[in-house]
Design a protein around this ligand. Structure first.
Ligand code: GLY
Ligand code: MN
Ligand code: MN
Length: 441
């Protein structure tokens, strides 16, 4: 039942502690979030807490004390064992389990955090804690910090500021280890197979909700935790709503179906794939034009995701092809440069071309630092997801062509998950077919 790979987490903690250089980090777990009445949303662990501990219970807190000697640096506060709670809500590892199975140097009951936090933090140079994200524990942290600031003014030692852990963790999480790349491969493979199921069975389906059921049922059948985000199953004009999640319209054979869905594994690694397919098995002439433009933009953008390039370049490669394609079919007018510089395409393409992917679907890590574009490196995983969405929702900018009715209601996005490697970019979601010949029947 329990196969946590402790070596992975120990290594991460060691790197994180080295980066802290005398600081004390307080990293809380997530809490359960109320859905309605006595029911909660499914539990979702905080990604930073998970990354460092592998502990999957709510309301825990991890301390990383880089000012202490080895063997006293990783402290876990957890919910203690409790027969009644465990009968109602399930198994807990408790204090002993936190030490034995999760290798905490010392574990305590979460009920002791207020008393023990000042003791553990004493002697650190700074405190590392994410302000504004963990309201319940934040009060305790700020009270402790205020008290020790008072002390500091008398004795001249102690933490003088609170810094964000993201500073230390984001750059670690942005570059995926071999272990993480393999977990991502699995999440993305399951996600891609789910898209293939949709493609193979689309002619038999008559409502968006059935497709959602098919995909999410497959995720569970494969042992995943469930969808990584609310699945988008959008037919026809619904596809022009970028985060459409209602998913209950009847399917019309003349429309396209855009499905943006990926699974989350039990250890939270995620896939994020979009495919757009003809519901009736054949693209119309207009749908095909648009699909070809998006596919061309996507393939070229993927090719540009090489070491030393950056996410802005990937975006610009896609954008230029989208704009030139839209010009060719008369939906944009003017010089490509002018259209891009003035954002005159944004009624047809209104999002960026991708994002980092990992424990969070929109994973952590900087894309740029001021004017400096963060270069792509081996081990980064990003999505490449250009699209074109043709509807009346955003007014056509002055000077641009009005949109003929024949184009309206076409929404197409193609999204793959890409590993940056020493050689060419690797398409981790390659099992989900996307060529026109494969999508038509
Ligand atoms: N599914 C969310 C996204 O593609 O960013
Ligand atoms: Mn995405
Ligand atoms: Mn997506």
């Amino acid at each position: 039942m329990f196969n946590l790979n402790n070596k992975i987490f120990e290594k991460r903690r060691e790197i994180f502690l080295n980066k802290l250089e005398g600081k004390a980090a307080i990293i809380p777990a997530s809490s359960l979030v109320k859905h309605h009445a006595d029911c909660e949303y499914p539990f979702r662990q905080d990604s930073n807490f998970w990354y460092l501990t592998g502990f999957d219970e709510p309301d825990a807190i991890a301390l990383f004390l880089s000012h202490k000697p080895k063997g006293e640096r990783f402290i876990l506060f957890v919910s203690p064992k409790d027969v009644v709670s465990e009968v109602w809500h399930g198994f807990r590892w408790g204090i002993e389990g936190a030490e034995k199975e999760f290798k905490a140097d010392k574990a305590h009951s979460i009920n002791d955090i207020q008393d023990l936090l000042p003791v553990y933090v004493e002697g650190s140079d700074e405190i590392v804690f994410s302000i504004g994200k963990h309201p319940r524990i934040e009060k305790v942290v700020l009270e402790m910090f205020a008290k020790q600031l008072e002390n500091r003014s008398r004795v001249g030692i102690g933490a003088n500021s609170i810094q964000s852990p993201e500073r230390f963790l984001n750059e670690m999480r942005l570059i995926k280890s071999e272990f993480e790349i393999n977990r991502m491969r699995e999440a993305i493979q399951i996600s891609a197979e789910a898209h293939e199921l949709v493609r193979e069975s689309i002619l038999l389906k008559n409502n968006e909700r059935q497709i959602q059921g098919l995909i999410e049922g497959f995720f569970l059948e494969k042992g995943a935790r469930g969808p990584a985000y609310n699945s988008i199953v959008a037919s026809g004009d619904n596809a022009c709503v970028l985060h459409y999640t209602v998913n209950n319209s009847p399917l019309n054979k003349r429309d396209l179906l855009l499905v943006d869905a990926g699974c989350s594994l039990t250890d939270y690694y995620n896939g994020d794939i979009t495919r757009t397919i003809p519901i009736g098995g054949k693209f119309s002439k207009e749908q095909k034009f648009i699909y070809e433009i998006v596919l061309d933009a996507q393939k070229n953008a993927i090719e540009s995701a090489v070491i030393g390039s950056n996410s802005n370049t990937v975006h610009n490669v896609a954008l230029k092809i989208l704009v030139e394609g839209l010009k060719e079919i008369g939906l944009l007018r003017g010089s490509t440069e002018e259209i891009i510089d003035n954002g005159l395409y944004k009624h047809l393409y209104m999002h960026r071309t991708g994002h980092w992917l990992g424990l969070d679907v929109h994973d952590v890590g900087a894309y740029r630092m001021g004017d400096y574009e963060v270069p792509l490196q081996h081990g980064m995983i990003l999505t490449v997801e250009p699209g074109i969405y043709i509807s009346d929702r955003i007014p056509v900018p002055d000077g641009q062509p009005t949109i003929d009715e024949k184009w309206k209601g076409i929404g197409i996005r193609i999204e793959d998950d890409i590993l940056v490697t020493e050689k060419e970019p690797e398409i981790l979601s390659i099992a989900a077919l996307k060529e026109i010949a494969d999508l038509e029947s």
